[in-house]
Design a binder for this molecule. Structure first.
Ligand code: CO
Length: 643
């Protein structure tokens, strides 16, 4: 596609060219200019709703422009059809932070570190004279009160020994050394060397048969066949599957975005979500040594993980009848980059949907569940993350985040140590969290919604509960943005009900979905820690804000070196009314990762996510019309008859 045909279509290569030209005509061009966060600024609700097929498509693209020579950054928006800059704001790096890490920063960090005499001396003290064997990890710097860093683009560098000349450098952390690199002046501002001479020597090459063992030979093929194809259709980014309809988007920051998710309820298209995405994620480390205590990575805002999406491989990443979509992202020079097969769409069998055997007649009936899977996978340094959205036949929506790859490593001091797991001889893996923020622009039967917190409640024995068997559910309406900053509580089965403020079901209740959190810990860093201000979104499992077109980022637009307070705390600061308004639900969730030896040398997938389940959205089980035998009777004449 070269030109968009719908306002929510992903940006196209010709539009990216118009963006660059329009900026150039305003004098913004040249070898010192870099372009980040190039993505669609989606139209406001009124414009989007008023738009009709075939009308001119409103298109604005946002971009963060960094001038490396002037050491400035500005956020800009260009109206693409009008070829006009419609927003231009110079950032103050001291209070606004910087744009994300640039591709060239990876190279620069290594060059700058290795050119520094103190860094070379630190390597020599560890017996490393051949710097060709040293790999420098370019890690976002955070904000830790170093006055000399204010206003400079910073990065911190931890180093690894590329002992085998393979991908397995994380087995060999060069502990005790961190270079604080000033990218602006291309020099090491500070070298911290706490001393730690030994480097773990054991190979972590998980592809080496000496470690992995010979491939097992007793694994038979397991193939998914769909002889008549898949049950979904996709046309111009609109996906239809089993009463579901939604629109697929993608950008270089959030990766996959889902739009206008609706369910065809016996002929009536009923909206559920206007938009769903992962707005941000952060990986804060819990290791207090001065070489690690600053480690916090915002993989969306600091590394633009959408740009790091993998090209997926049929039969390896994905089984069955797969439909892939390519993604167009934009590099630091405002050139389009097409990631082939970035988005995977397929359907999966998911076991039993519903089943009953009548105990009088012995007659049994069973229906099988299926789900539609829309996913992408990214690689951010040592870690790999999969983001899997599932839509189920019965109206459930689920997000499953998969974390795999290689845990970040350190030198382990030996003995009992509270902040890192001993993974292999001398090799540590610091404890950490992976915290995600899902931004859910909800629209349960329309934009006007409200949120109730539901807790189970035990009741004392009394006149109304003489036997003490009663229990119930307490319902608390969250009326304002301040009231709606909530923690999960599995001890009371806490869920949040997102209900229409207009539509009712056939028993007279507001139509609703329930957000079911996993209830794992939120951000664990102490009160007063820098990361608590910078990743404030992760300190609460739930936030609800009034919808605002530009309030998209849980940790703010520019989290890199941002001192904190941006994103959700600032969005909610006005404490707006959210009861019966056009609202956005933000859910923070994640993994608290105490690495296991089994996570080494490559980590089996671990999971974090949440579910959205209809609760009174439908008038009854919406899957009574699912046929008993879509697969045909392969094994017996009747599903439940014994062979
Ligand atoms: Co982890």
């Amino acid at each position: 596609m070269t030109q968009p045909i719908h306002p929510l279509d992903p940006i196209t290569a010709p539009e990216i060219a118009v963006l660059k030209t329009t900026l150039a005509e305003a004098g913004i061009e040249g070898p010192q200019i870099r372009y980040s966060y190039v993505m669609l600024r989606e139209p406001d609700r009124a414009t989007l709703r008023a738009w009709t097929q075939g009308a001119p498509v409103p298109r604005e693209i946002g971009v963060l422009v960094t001038d490396k020579a002037a050491n400035t950054a500005r956020e800009m928006v260009v109206d693409i059809p009008a070829r006009r800059i419609v927003h231009d704001r110079m950032l103050d790096p001291a209070t606004d932070g910087w744009g994300p890490i640039l591709d060239e920063d990876y190279v620069a960090a290594e060059e700058i570190a290795k050119a520094d005499p103190d860094y070379r001396a630190a390597m020599e003290r560890r017996g490393i004279t051949d710097l060709e064997r040293v790999r420098c990890a370019p890690l976002s710097a955070g904000v830790f009160g170093h006055a000399d860093e204010v206003g400079r683009r910073m990065i911190r560098v931890l180093s690894f020994l590329d002992q085998e000349g393979t991908h397995a450098m994380f087995a060999h952390p060069i502990e005790g050394v961190v270079a604080h690199v000033d990218l602006t002046e291309r020099r090491v501002l500070r070298l911290v060397d706490t001393g730690y001479p030994s480097i773990p020597a054991e190979s972590g090459d998980y592809l080496d048969p000496a470690i992995a063992g010979a491939p097992r030979t007793d694994m038979k093929p397991l193939r998914i066949t769909q002889p008549e194809g898949a049950s979904f259709t996709i046309r111009d980014h609109v996906l239809d599957w089993q009463n579901w309809r939604l629109r697929i988007g993608f950008n270089g920051r959030e990766g996959l975005t889902l739009h206008d998710i609706a369910f065809n309820d016996r002929g009536r298209m009923r909206p559920i979500l206007n938009r769903a995405s992962i707005s941000e994620m952060v990986v804060p480390y819990g290791e207090p040594q001065p070489t690690h205590d600053w480690q916090n990575y915002f993989d969306a805002g600091e590394y633009q993980f959408g740009r790091l999406a993998n090209s997926l491989v049929l039969g390896c990443d994905c089984l069955g009848k797969i439909h892939y979509l390519d993604a167009t992202v934009v590099d630091d020079f405002c050139q389009p980059v097409i990631i082939r097969n970035a988005i995977c769409i397929h359907e999966e069998d998911y076991g039993t949907l519903w089943k009953h055997t009548d105990f009088m007649t012995g007659q049994g009936t069973v229906r099988r569940q299926r789900r539609l899977v829309i996913s992408f996978f990214v690689t951010v340094g040592n870690y790999d993350y999969g983001f899997y959205w599932y839509l189920y036949l019965d109206g459930r929506i689920e997000l499953e985040c998969k974390a795999t790859g290689i845990v970040f490593t350190s030198g382990h001091p030996g003995g009992a140590y509270d902040y890192a797991t001993l993974m292999a001889p001398g090799l540590g893996a610091p404890i950490h969290q992976h915290m995600f923020s899902a931004r859910l622009d909800v629209a349960i039967d329309g934009d006007r919604c409200h949120v109730d917190e539901l807790d189970v409640a035990r009741l004392p024995i009394g006149p109304e509960n003489p036997l003490g068997n009663a229990f119930t559910r307490h319902v608390t309406r969250l009326r304002t943005e301040a009231e709606a900053q909530r923690d999960a509580d599995n001890a009371v089965g806490r869920v949040w009900r997102i209900a229409s403020s207009e539509a009712r079901n056939r028993v007279g209740e507001p139509t609703a979905y329930v957000l079911m959190p996993e209830g794992q810990p939120g951000l664990l860093a102490a009160e007063g820690a820098s990361i608590r201000k910078r990743a404030a979104f992760a300190t609460r499992h739930l936030w609800v804000t009034r919808h605002d077109r530009d309030q998209m980022w849980a940790a703010g637009y520019t989290p890199n070196q941002h001192p904190g307070g941006a994103g959700l705390p600032s969005y909610a600061a006005a404490d707006r009314d959210i009861d019966g308004q056009d609202i956005v639900v933000w859910h923070s969730f994640g993994l608290t990762h105490f690495p296991r030896p089994e996570d080494w040398p490559v980590m089996p997938v671990d999971y974090a996510g949440f579910k959205l389940r209809p609760e009174g959205f439908f008038d009854r089980n919406p899957t009574l019309d699912v046929p008993e035998d879509p697969n045909g009777r392969e094994h017996s004449s009747r599903c439940c008859a014994p062979d």
